[in-house]
Design a protein around this ligand. Structure first.
Ligand code: ARG
Length: 469
């Protein structure tokens, strides 16, 4: 809770005779949101004060007082009794005001050769860097969960779909690993974003740099940045780092949403491919038989929220002249919410998949429906009877029509029925019509055969630092 202890003199209030109106304060204050930057703000202030003392801009005793004061502030934060106050607008002024209450005058020197403009974006880059790392770790956890399922289900046959119509049999392990690939690219995007943002804006000051002899390399290094940003106008106004992080999150959440959609479909009575545990299902208030995959549905919806926040931030940035404008204050709300949403979705997905019971019999039975081995039959005609593929496609189509007419599957046709369409066929044809034979045969690199999937599982286990089986 942010307390509202009344209106003291604003930190920037020197030239103002009157106080801001309540609504002005409400629209202007960001402390409810940027309080999450408290630790980053303290880190930035520590690096800044050390540098100021090193450069002889403030005295060492003042620096010592500031550092111990910041210790006290951190302690209050850790113990949950730091006073967040609306009248101090944001986290930067809240901490500075509190520091002044705790240590008095030396605190008034901390803001030398600094502005809230470089301060806020330094804090925000530090926060985003950390959040990107956490998001990536969560995805890695989900990947391990998927690889564990894939390892267990290398031989499990399920229908592969195009247009959500049965296409060809695939293995469940193969299907799971498709998501592992997607999440790997997502993690690379998050990593890229973290790497690119890792430059220090601190010392850009309000927008033009400063006349004080500051050492920007020193503060950059102290905060783990690669280097100071080379242009002060860019440093205080650039938010493409946040935009890029949200873009990467948006894509990753889109992938979560696709998997969520599969879970919704697969857990329906009509499919019955998967059963979610009680912990990951909800009931209906009126229909006692229901087990709803709410978490998956919510992930599907929340993917739009993350993308929406990306679009909202882009909208806030695209019309801004250099350098800082207050529009940029809402960058943090959007970014924090997007990360929070992503974290929840990634955790929910890992929990659901980890505990899901895949129904092998249902999957196999379903894989055999819809003439899913028709392509195998056509390939056989090419391979064994040396037919051109187009002709084989046509002959197979006629065999499918015969089976459909009889209301049976391809593998259930009598040899005579087949020979009526293609006289050269022998009993050998039945070796390719089962779903197992079909998946087993697809051994091209990247294909669905249990052999190839097991190889991929072994590689992923290594890449994701999992125990080797
Ligand atoms: N709370 C502000 C923000 O998040 C800090 C920067 C304020 N700068 C200014 N020129 N008013 O953007």
């Amino acid at each position: 809770m942010v307390s509202k202890t009344g209106k003291g003199q604003q930190i920037w209030g020197g030239r103002f005779a009157a106080q801001p109106s309540d609504i002005m304060q409400a629209i202007n204050a960001s402390i409810d949101v940027d309080r999450r930057l408290a630790r980053e703000d303290i880190a930035g202030s520590r690096a800044h004060a050390d540098m100021l003392a090193e450069q002889g801009i403030i005295t060492e005793p003042d620096n010592q007082a500031i550092q111990s004061g910041l210790d006290l502030v951190l302690e209050e934060l850790n113990e949950g009794n730091f006073p967040f106050r609306l009248e101090f607008e944001d986290i930067h002024m809240n901490i500075e005001a509190r520091l002044q209450e705790l240590i008095g005058d030396p605190a008034r020197r901390l803001h030398t050769a600094r502005s809230r403009n470089d301060q806020v974006v330094t804090d925000f880059r530090l926060w985003t860097r950390g959040a990107l790392g956490e998001a990536s770790a969560l995805l890695a956890r989900l990947q391990r969960t998927l690889v564990t399922v894939a390892d267990r289900e290398t031989e499990t046959v399920m229908p592969g779909f195009t247009h959500l119509q049965v296409a060809q049999p695939v293995t469940l392990g193969h299907h799971m690993l498709a998501y592992v690939e997607m999440f790997e690219r997502d993690r690379a995007r998050l990593r890229d974003a973290a790497q690119r943002l890792n430059e220090s804006p601190l010392g850009a000051c309000a927008l033009a740099g400063t006349g004080f002899p500051i050492d920007r390399d020193a503060t950059a290094e102290a905060l783990g940045f690669e280097r100071p940003m080379a242009n002060s106008l860019d440093a205080v106004s650039a938010r493409d780092f946040a935009l890029e992080a949200l873009a990467a999150l948006s894509i990753a959440t889109t992938h979560l949403s696709r998997l969520a959609e599969e879970i919704v479909v697969w857990s329906s009575a009509q499919f019955g491919f998967v059963r979610l545990t009680d912990a990951w299902s909800t009931g209906s208030s009126i229909m006692p038989q229901k087990r709803n995959p709410d978490a998956a549905e919510l992930i599907r919806a929340k993917a739009s929220l993350v993308t929406g926040h990306y679009v909202a931030l882009q909208g806030a940035i695209k019309g801004l002249p250099l350098a800082y404008a207050k529009d940029l204050q809402d960058d943090k709300r959007l970014t924090f919410e997007a990360f929070d949403t992503f974290v929840l979705c990634a955790q929910a997905m890992a929990g659901m998949v980890e505990s899901a019971a895949f129904q092998r019999d249902r999957m196999r039975a379903s894989a055999a429906q819809g003439f899913s081995t028709a392509t195998d039959l056509a390939d056989y005609l090419v391979r064994v009877l040396d037919m051109p593929f187009r002709e084989a496609h046509h002959v197979t189509g006629r065999l499918v029509a015969v089976a459909e007419e009889a209301g049976i599957d391809l593998a259930e046709l009598q040899l005579e029925q087949m020979q009526a369409v293609e006289a050269r066929l022998t009993n050998d044809i039945f070796t390719v019509l089962s779903v197992e034979a079909s998946t087993r045969s697809r051994q091209s690199y990247g294909g669905t055969s249990p052999l190839r999937v097991a190889e991929q599982v072994a590689q992923w286990r290594q890449r994701l630092n999992m125990e080797q089986e």
